[in-house]
Write a protein that binds this ligand. Structure first.
Ligand code: HAM
Length: 403
């Protein structure tokens, strides 16, 4: 029997209800914040991710679904959504046009990671990207939006916050950090040796416990920010305080992608095991120019839908729509016609197999329909339909001419 690939799951039945409910909720909220839908291809040139997510990241270094297509192009299944949206933004010349552009998207992402609970090779993200606003109010808006979505879905969280500085303060900090890493000598792991050369700040995120113990004394970027980054970070904290959004400062939060500057944040859940990040994002003011666009400030986030599914508190199911059934074969054409009419405004599901009334009522119950509508011999002869409102427990017979 052919099985799905490791780390690639089907989303069926109960999970799909939750998935669909998540997309509807997040979409409605994104629209309320003034965001517009964007769709970009699943497959992009590999160079796009190398230049944006960064060669020093695990995603590009180890996890890409990369191959050469029949036209000899080096291509890659998207490991995340930001790079594609930025590419589209530049390709459509929105960077030259100026102004504010806000997008949301959802879809499959691919990372060749070691699968475990909450870590898949194909997973789904809901994300937003905002272009053209350099005010830190927009960073706060991103965080408020995630908080809004999580609150609506009944999901508790902790918010971790950091600032990664910018081109003014990062170079000096990097020098300090490298000299600290060198002072650790051989005690650091092989990965950190490599990170020291490619992107030293990434050592702070090392999963090796011995390294983490060493880095507790590492210089902290938030103590080395330039005045602009410092005042923005302070302002961000004040805005979040004013909106009653709790946060903890995590000076080791560097994010797994290279394009961030200034604000970086992650929402985590304590109820889903070790893969606890449910959303992450931040500011990426340099990325548009790195991809040959006109310099444009930008900020965004993405949420991991699979990690949220088991946390979502679903609303009480309400009976809705119609169940249609015939009591004998001769009534089936009539019932089909009725269903077709009702379907223009209501959910209408037809049972093709003729059954007695009791079994049709059971069928209506199974699909949680509000109305059970049945045609038997009597109704057929009088050109009518029997309808029971299963919520109000009221029965009526109406003429087919009035439908
Ligand atoms: P990210 O932190 O790499 O950020 O991913 C966002 C979320 O996707 C994570 O918090 C997690 O919930 C989910 N996720 C990541 N990897 C997996 C996996 N292997 N299995 C299941 N879920 C996963 C980004 O992707 C950035 N593009 C976010 C962003 C948008 N920053 C600015 N704009």
């Amino acid at each position: 029997m052919i099985q799905s690939l490791r780390g690639m799951n089907d989303i069926l039945s109960d999970d799909y209800e939750r998935f669909d409910y998540f997309i509807q909720t997040a979409t409605a909220i994104a629209k309320r914040y003034g965001f517009h839908y964007v769709e970009t291809p699943l497959l992009e040139e590999t160079a796009l991710f190398k230049r944006s997510v960064g060669e020093s990241s695990d995603i590009v270094g180890k996890e890409m679904y990369q191959f050469t297509d029949k036209g000899d192009n080096d291509v890659c299944l998207r490991p995340e959504g930001t790079a594609g949206v930025v590419r589209a933004f530049i390709q459509q010349k929105l960077d030259k046009k100026g102004g504010i552009h806000r997008f949301y998207y959802h879809g499959a992402m691919f990372r060749y990671e070691r699968p475990q609970k909450g870590r898949l090779r194909q997973f789904h993200q809901f994300g937003v990207e905002s272009f053209g606003v350099d005010s830190v109010y927009e960073d706060a808006l991103m965080i408020m939006m995630v908080a809004d979505i999580l609150k609506t879905l009944g999901i508790g969280y902790r918010l971790k916050l950091n600032s990664l500085g910018n081109q003014n303060c990062m170079p000096d900090y990097r020098v300090k950090l490298v000299s600290f890493i060198e002072s650790c000598g051989d005690a650091i792991c092989g990965d950190c040796e490599r990170r020291k050369l490619t992107n030293p700040i990434r050592v702070l995120d090392c999963k090796n416990e011995a390294c983490q113990a060493l880095y507790t004394n590492a210089p902290k970027l938030i103590n080395n920010l330039c005045s602009g980054c410092h005042s923005d970070f302070e302002k961000l904290k004040t805005i979040l305080d004013q909106h009653n959004i709790g946060y903890e400062i995590d000076t080791h939060l560097v994010r797994g992608l290279d394009y961030y500057s200034k604000t970086a944040f992650e929402f985590v859940s304590d109820n889903i095991g070790s893969q606890s990040a449910i959303a992450g994002g931040g500011r990426y003011d340099r990325l548009i120019e790195f991809l040959d666009g006109k310099p444009t400030p930008a900020v965004g986030f993405a949420m991991g839908i699979e990690r949220l599914l088991e946390l979502i508190v679903m609303p009480e199911p309400v009976r809705n729509g119609y169940y249609f059934g015939a009591m004998e074969n001769e009534s089936l054409p009539l019932i089909l016609k009725c269903a077709e009419k009702y379907r223009q405004t209501e959910k209408s599901v037809v049972e093709y197999e003729p059954k007695n009334l009791k079994n049709h009522l059971k069928g209506a119950d199974r699909i949680n329909a509000r109305y059970c509508a049945v045609i038997g011999e009597n109704e057929r002869n009088s050109n009518s339909i029997w309808i029971k409102d299963l919520l109000e427990q009221k029965e009526t017979i109406i003429s087919l001419d009035t439908i």
